[in-house]
Design a protein around this ligand. Structure first.
Ligand SMILES: *Cc1c(COP(=O)(O)O)cnc(C)c1O
Length: 226
């Protein structure tokens, strides 16, 4: 067995155990394998394990990673989990399946018009800056409700909320906060939890929705430095 298949199996076992312990439907928890800055060889290994759901944080790299594999496997699903510049929106809309990082008004407007142009309505998560960190992308919790109204007015298909907690605070507090914000705003799905903290996220899987955990090094091992 390759390391990657062992890693995926380990994570699936943890998901299974935690889901059972917290009375959560296991099928509602989804492993997004984050393949940024990983070699093609490792992506191929993950595909050979039958894994199909991947996260990338840059549009150009995602295309380099996945364009050929997508021709061989029509069931690959790609989530954009990194900041999206408006000049990359056209490629992002045509190449990705889900946008997890909708984080500002200008992007909402550009996504909306590009999706209409391409006739492709991608599900979007709004990224929330739960710690209100000045250097971090995302909508401030206090502005969320207004931002969602704007997005819905633009016909964007907002399916949930995404966050990256501050490094120096307990992630579970931020995950619980994100879940509460989603409930208050009538959103079903959450994207939260990475290699170091996904075990804190799983117990907070939405009651009537899906949880996406985004795991890079935990699946593929250490990646190239940026
Ligand atoms: C890189 C990245 C991940 C995966 O991080 P790991 O610690 O390697 O699991 C998850 N989410 C986002 C937004 C990322 O940029």
């Amino acid at each position: 067995m390759s390391d990657i298949s062992k890693n995926i199996e380990t994570i699936q076992t943890i998901i299974q155990k935690l889901a059972k312990a917290h009375d959560i439907a296991q099928d509602n928890i989804h492993l997004v394998a984050v393949s940024k800055r990983q070699p093609l060889e490792k992506l191929k290994e993950a595909l050979e394990c039958g894994h199909r759901l991947f996260g990338e944080n840059r549009v150009q790299e995602a295309i380099e990673h996945w364009a050929d594999f997508k021709k061989e496997h029509n069931d690959i699903k790609l989530h954009l989990i990194g900041p999206l510049q408006t000049n990359k929106v056209k490629d992002a809309v045509s190449f990705f399946d889900v946008i997890e990082t909708l984080d500002r008004e200008k992007l909402a407007k550009t996504l909306s018009s590009e999706m209409k142009k391409q006739g492709r309505s991608l599900p979007c998560f709004v990224q929330v800056n739960t710690g209100d960190e000045p250097q971090k992308a995302g909508i401030s919790p206090k502005d969320l409700s207004l931002f969602l109204t704007l997005c819905r007015g633009l016909d964007l298909d907002i399916v949930g909320l995404m966050c990256i907690p501050p490094v120096d605070e307990p992630p579970a507090l931020h995950f619980a906060f994100l879940k509460k914000l989603a409930q208050e705003n009538g959103l079903n799905n959450l994207s939260m939890g990475m290699s170091a903290d996904y075990e804190r996220a799983i117990p907070l899987c939405p009651d009537h929705g899906q949880l996406y955990i985004r795991i890079g090094t935990g699946v593929f091992g250490a990646r190239d430095s940026a």
